[in-house]
Design a protein around this ligand. Structure first.
Ligand code: SAM
Length: 318
C-alpha cells in the first residue's frame, strides 16, 4: 500500500526559502491565516485589549450611509475579508437601496472565506455574493470585470502589515485594477500610546501568542518538517519607534534543528534567535493622505472614532 503524499503549496515553499535563511528570518504575514489562524484572529477581535475592531465598527456604523450616498457603488470588493463581520454594516446600507449589488469577498484563507460568504449570502439574499480565493498582492489582480462603480475596501488595519515599499506597490496595483472614478475605502490604525499598542498585540489571555505560534504549525505541516514545534517559541510583540510599527516575532526557547522534508533542507535557529512574523504599522492621518495621494487615489473624506484611535478614508481613483 502506498501512502498519499501531502500536497505542498509552492508559494509557501517560495516564501520559506526566501525568508527563513535570511538574517533575521522572516515570513510574510499571510501565512498566519490558515483555518486555525483565521479562527484565532476572529477571537482576537473580541479581546478587551484589541481596540481596532471596536473603533472601526464605530466609524462604519456612523459613516455607512454616507459612503453609500457618495459612491453609489454597484460592486464592493473586500480585500482580506476574513469573517466579513464589520462589512455587514456596509452591506446592509447598500442592500437598503434595493438596486442590484455584488459583494466580492477576497481572502487567502479559503475556509474562512467560504464560511463567511455562505453566511453573508443567507443574511443578504438580495446581494450577489461572489467569493474570490486570491492574494491581494497578486500583480495580475483584476477587479474591473464587475459592474461599476466599484469600491474596493481594505479594513481591519491590514494595510499596516505591508512595509512602505509594499504599500506603494499595493496602492498602485489597486488603482490600476479598478477604473478611474471607482472608489477605495481604507481602514487604518493610528499612532497612539505605546503601552496600549503593545497590550493589543500581547493580550493577557495569550490568544495573540497562540495566533503567532500557529505559523510554526503551518510550516511544520505545510513543509513536512521534523524537529519544529510551536511550543519551542515565545511570542514577542515589540514597538519599533522609527518605523511606527508593532512587530511580532517568535523567539526560539532552545536551539532548533529542523528538517523540511518537502524541500529537503535543514534549518538551524539558535536559542534566543527570532523570526519576524508580522509588522503592524500605525499611521498619522497626514501620512495616510500623502501615501494615497501619491498613488493616484484622491481622498474624498475621512472619519475617525471618538478617541481618534482608528481612521477610515474614502478615496477615488483619479
Ligand atoms: C487583520 S485580518 C483582517 C480581517 C478583516 N478584514 C477585519 O477587518 O477584521 C487580515 C485578513 O487578510 C487576509 N489576508 C492576509 N494576507 C492576505 C493576502 N496576501 N491576500 C489576501 N488575503 C490576505 C487574512 O486571511 C485575514 O482574513
Amino acid at each position: 500500500m502506498t501512502m498519499s503524499q501531502p500536497t505542498i503549496d509552492p508559494l509557501l515553499v517560495a516564501d520559506a526559502v526566501a525568508g527563513l535563511w535570511q538574517s533575521p528570518p522572516v515570513l510574510p504575514a499571510k501565512w498566519l491565516y490558515d483555518k486555525r489562524g483565521s479562527e484565532l484572529f476572529d477571537e482576537i477581535t473580541r479581546l478587551p485589549e484589541y481596540y481596532p475592531t471596536r473603533r472601526e465598527t464605530e466609524i462604519l456604523r456612523r459613516s455607512a450611509q454616507d459612503i453609500v450616498a457618495q459612491t453609489n457603488a454597484r460592486t464592493m470588493i473586500e480585500l482580506g475579508s476574513g469573517t466579513s463581520e464589520k462589512t455587514r454594516l456596509l452591506l446592509a446600507a447598500f442592500a437598503a437601496r434595493k438596486t442590484e449589488f455584488t459583494y466580492v469577498p477576497l481572502d487567502v484563507s479559503v475556509e474562512m472565506l467560504t464560511l463567511a460568504a455562505d453566511q453573508v449570502a443567507v443574511e443578504f439574499p438580495e446581494i450577489s455574493v461572489q467569493p474570490l480565493h486570491a492574494d491581494f498582492g497578486d500583480p495580475d489582480l483584476e477587479l474591473a470585470e464587475h459592474p461599476g462603480p466599484r469600491m474596493a475596501i481594505f479594513l481591519g488595519g491590514t494595510i499596516g502589515n505591508l512595509d512602505p515599499t509594499e504599500r506603494a506597490g499595493f496602492y498602485r496595483r489597486i488603482a490600476r485594477a479598478l477604473r478611474p472614478g471607482d472608489y477605495f475605502l481604507l481602514g487604518a490604525d493610528l499612532i497612539k500610546d505605546t503601552g496600549r499598542l503593545i497590550a493589543a498585540y500581547n493580550d493577557r489571555a495569550g490568544v495573540t501568542a497562540d495566533f503567532n505560534r500557529n505559523v510554526i504549525e503551518v510550516l511544520r505541516t505545510g513543509l513536512d518538517a521534523t524537529g519544529l514545534y510551536a511550543d519551542d517559541f515565545d511570542h514577542i510583540a515589540r514597538w519599533n519607534p522609527p518605523e511606527h510599527r508593532i512587530e511580532m516575532w517568535l523567539r526560539a526557547r532552545r536551539d532548533i534543528h529542523a528538517r523540511f522534508g518537502a524541500i529537503e533542507r535543514s534549518w538551524e535557529l539558535a536559542k534566543g534567535a527570532e523570526i519576524l512574523t508580522e509588522i503592524s504599522t500605525k499611521f498619522s492621518l497626514e501620512k495616510l493622505h500623502e501615501e494615497l495621494g501619491t498613488s493616484g487615489l484622491q481622498q474624498l473624506e475621512s472619519w475617525t472614532d471618538h478617541a481618534d484611535d482608528f481612521a477610515v478614508v474614502l478615496s477615488q481613483v483619479a
